[in-house]
Design a protein around this ligand. Structure first.
Ligand SMILES: Nc1nc2c(c(=O)[nH]1)N[C@H]1C(S)=C(S)[C@@H](COP(=O)(O)OP(=O)(O)OC[C@H]3O[C@@H](n4cnc5c(=O)[nH]c(N)nc54)[C@H](O)[C@@H]3O)O[C@H]1N2
Ligand SMILES: Nc1nc2c(c(=O)[nH]1)N[C@H]1C(S)=C(S)[C@@H](COP(=O)(O)OP(=O)(O)OC[C@H]3O[C@@H](n4cnc5c(=O)[nH]c(N)nc54)[C@H](O)[C@@H]3O)O[C@H]1N2
Ligand code: SF4
Ligand SMILES: [Mo]
Length: 695
């Protein structure tokens, strides 16, 4: 049989790169990045290339399952889709009728396909749509909102044209977004300089022109000193500042005491390096990028770290600049019409959010709220009880701190449903598991991506499902049908796409040649004069009214950070290039590349305890205890230990991942209560562990 070529979208991680899949005899023979996508041009990462191993794996939910034993016991009965969807719909109806529609909570992984999810939640009559962001980028997003009035994704990192890129808490070559990696490498080929600020030497640090090893958790001090030098030496872009920055005088006064010499004492970085970096950036301005961070749910001042970064970019005039942070264009900005939104099928519910966002916490963006605060509502019943929770492509039992505390919260629910393509701790703890087809076996609604050249893109089904699994739209429209949410009860993906494309001037056939439809001829750099900041003043704001009204400081004085308690180490974590969060450890191909995580420990510290490289040690925090192999290295700060997140699986259904390595989240007792009050992100690196050599 002749092969076919299918344009689709990778689903191995949150980035969702456009891909091209070669199919022969009903099986996938090759996956590559979509050759037509700018910045991708055929490239894919190791995880993306391992998509077939996910499809081939039998160790994933293969048909709908309804719990028969206790929660988490792993006892199920198999159900048909009709039975499972009827069951979920009946339970949801009960909850809605007894307690009100607002007592249903839904969370997902955000991203370009969320419109369908939001529509579903609205159709139910609940305001409680949420996502994972409290454990990922809530702090940086709120920082962008507080400074510019728009979110972090409303700006583009224009690496290709940059002259100097600074990455702080950002491991770009291992924590991957394929286009970003390619763009930065191209920029570096053209002479762009790379400075990396990290607590350990990563693959990214190894490629940097300058690597700055910083004391964990002191980045805000470092950045305040950069601001100090920029302002004291008048190195900033004075014209840009005069035109666009509100209340600059407040910042000048505020950073006055934060000299590089002061910061050296806090960060361990030589004052001369701080001054030299500032001067170098000023020489390259405005084509400079100081990355504002991605996984920023780390400290109780992470929001201020990101905020200070945005202010540094603003002072360097890089906001809106080519080679800096130009504004992303949406379809409307290039004279086109955006996709018609499914969420608009239903009116916005009048009832307030359970997480308090938008009314109790007015400084947070209410689009997706904050999930840990919704968990608080489950726990306390305030402002109203939450009775049902749908974890959609989301595994908070592995992604949120202190899984035992999360379990205690989830136990209070009348209904917990998990929609997933692999096993996860949350799925295992659920009442019903609705198995999603892996992305190669499902199609999705049309998605839109803003950027210098905005485009629509489409995930087509490359393969027929091997097991009794379904696509997102089949599951959600199937539930909508049963719950009398008629407008969302679409009977085919074609009907949904037709609705989405209405009025856009784009037809499905237009996706045929490349899998995407570009909405602009060439990249659009909007002129500074055209910039519109969505703040009350219309300018970049150093003082945010929203923060002040909440009793928070726009300019937060730096709080001295003590070292770890005697004999303890700060827990630090991050990603590796070959795994995605907690859900690829059981993928046979990726498991072979990296079956377990190890603990990075500073060599001198290890030797003090008589620990040798490669030996297994005991890690404890509170009542939690685990064993892991040690990697002794001089390339990590002595105050911290580091492990790759997402290991330590305990599910019998995952034989490859079972018992390999440990899970960082287990060592964060009380972590649900520890979060940055200004940015909303969980503070997952405010925890310490003890290390013990085994006898
Ligand atoms: N301690 C600690 N906690 C962390 C982190 C950390 O480094 N350390 N990282 C944080 C970060 S940055 C994030 S984003 C969150 C992530 O937290 P989660 O979003 O919960 O993590 P994933 O493992 O990506 O979970 C996605 C789940 O959706 C299922 N799924 C279904 N369909 C798809 C699909 O099409 N694609 C994908 N990719 N998954 C699908 C997967 O099987 C998986 O079970 O965790 C955060 N929590
Ligand atoms: N391969 C792969 N790629 C991914 C993902 C994946 O799971 N796997 N997930 C995607 C997602 S959801 C996200 S959010 C992004 C995350 O992308 P990043 O935010 O870049 O990822 P991380 O690896 O969590 O962390 C970056 C670095 O922060 C450092 N760090 C820790 N503490 C400190 C500190 O106090 N100061 C400083 N300066 N540095 C510190 C860590 O050592 C680590 O090298 O990656 C995305 N890409
Ligand atoms: S970064 Fe890799 S895993 Fe993530 S979507 Fe792109 S190709 Fe897939
Ligand atoms: Mo993330």
């Amino acid at each position: 049989m002749a092969g076919k070529r299918v344009f689709s979208v990778c689903g191995m991680c949150t980035v969702r790169c456009p891909i091209q899949v070669e199919v022969e005899d009903g099986g996938c023979v090759f996956i590559q990045g979509n050759p037509h996508a700018a910045g991708i041009e055929g490239a894919i990462c190791a995880r993306g290339a391992s998509g077939m191993a996910l499809v081939d794996s039998d160790e994933r939910p293969r048909q709908p399952l309804i719990r028969t034993g206790e929660r988490g016991e792993g006892k199920w009965r198999k159900a048909s889709w009709d039975e499972a969807l009827d069951y979920v719909a009946d339970r949801l109806r009960e909850v809605r009728e007894k307690h009100g529609p607002e007592t249903v909570l839904f969370s997902d992984r955000g991203g370009p396909f969320k419109d369908l999810h939001e529509a579903f939640v609205r159709g139910l009559g609940s305001p409680n749509y949420s996502n994972h962001d409290a454990s990922c980028s809530a702090n940086v997003n709120h920082a962008a909102l507080s400074v510019f009035g728009f979110g972090r994704k409303d700006m583009v990192y224009d690496y290709k044209n940059s002259r100097h890129v600074v990455l702080q808490t950002r491991n770009i070559f291992e924590s991957i977004n394929v286009k970003e990696v390619n763009d930065l490498l191209e920029g570096m080929d053209n002479g762009c300089k790379l400075t990396v600020i990290d607590i350990r030497a990563t693959a990214t640090a190894a490629k940097a022109d300058d690597f700055i090893l910083i004391r964990p958790g002191t980045d805000y001090a470092f950045n305040l000193a950069i601001l100090h030098v920029l302002l004291a030496e008048r190195l900033y872009d004075a014209d840009f500042a005069a035109m666009w920055i509100e209340n600059l005088g407040d910042l000048i006064q505020f950073v006055q005491p934060y000299t590089p010499e002061w910061a050296e004492g806090e960060t361990g970085v030589d004052a001369r390096r701080i001054t030299a970096l500032t001067r170098e950036l000023a020489r390259s301005k405005p084509a400079v990028i100081w990355h504002a961070g991605w996984m920023t749910s780390r400290y109780n001042d992470s929001f201020q770290v990101s905020r200070s970064i945005y202010l540094i970019n603003a002072l360097l005039g890089s906001v809106g600049a080519r080679g800096g942070l130009p504004l992303a264009s949406k379809p409307g900005d290039v004279g086109r019409k955006g996709l018609k939104k499914l969420v608009d099928l239903f009116p916005k519910p009048a009832v307030k959010r359970a997480d308090g966002v938008g009314w109790k916490y007015r400084h947070f963006s209410s689009g997706a709220g904050l999930l840990h605060l919704a968990f608080k509502a489950i726990e306390t019943g305030e402002p109203y009880p939450v009775r049902a929770y749908i974890a959609y492509r989301h595994d908070p039992l592995m992604g949120f701190p202190d899984p035992e505390a999360v379990k205690a919260v989830l136990r209070k629910l009348d209904l917990l449903v998990s929609v997933t393509f692999s096993w996860s701790d949350t799925a295992w703890f659920s009442d019903v598991v609705l198995p999603l087809s892996p992305y190669l076996e499902r199609e999705s609604i049309i998605a839109s991506k803003s950027g210098l050249k905005p485009y629509f893109f489409c995930r087509q089904r490359a393969l027929e499902p091997r097991f009794d699994t379904k696509a997102d739209w089949e599951i959600l429209c199937g539930l909508a049908n049963r719950l009398d949410m008629t407008p969302l009860a679409f009977g085919s993906i074609e009907a949904i796409r037709e609705y989405q494309l209405e009025g856009t001037g784009v037809a499905m056939d237009d996706f045929g040649a490349t899998g995407m439809v570009s909405l602009a001829e060439k990249p659009k750099y909007r002129k500074v004069e055209e910039l519109k900041f969505a703040t009350p003043s219309g300018r970049i704001e150093i003082v945010s009214e929203k923060l002040q009204a909440q009793g928070l400081h726009s300019l937060e004085p730096y709080e001295h950070r003590e070292g770890p308690p005697e004999g303890k180490y700060r827990i630090a974590f991050g990603r590796c290039a070959v795994h995605t969060q907690g859900h690829t450890v059981n993928n046979p191909v990726l498991n072979e590349l990296m079956p377990e995580n190890v603990l990075w420990l500073n060599r001198t510290e290890g030797e003090k305890m008589g620990i040798r490289d490669g030996e297994t040690v005991e890690v404890t925090s509170g009542s939690q205890c685990g064993r892991i192999r040690v990697k002794l290295t001089e390339h990590i700060h002595p105050e911290a230990v580091f492990m790759v997140h997402g290991f330590g699986h305990r599910l019998p259904a995952e034989t490859l991942a079972f018992g390999k390595g440990i899970l960082d989240n287990d060592f964060m007792p009380g972590g649900l209560e520890m979060w940055d009050k200004a940015g909303g992100g969980l503070a997952m690196q405010e925890h310490f562990v003890s290390i013990r050599k085994l006898a």
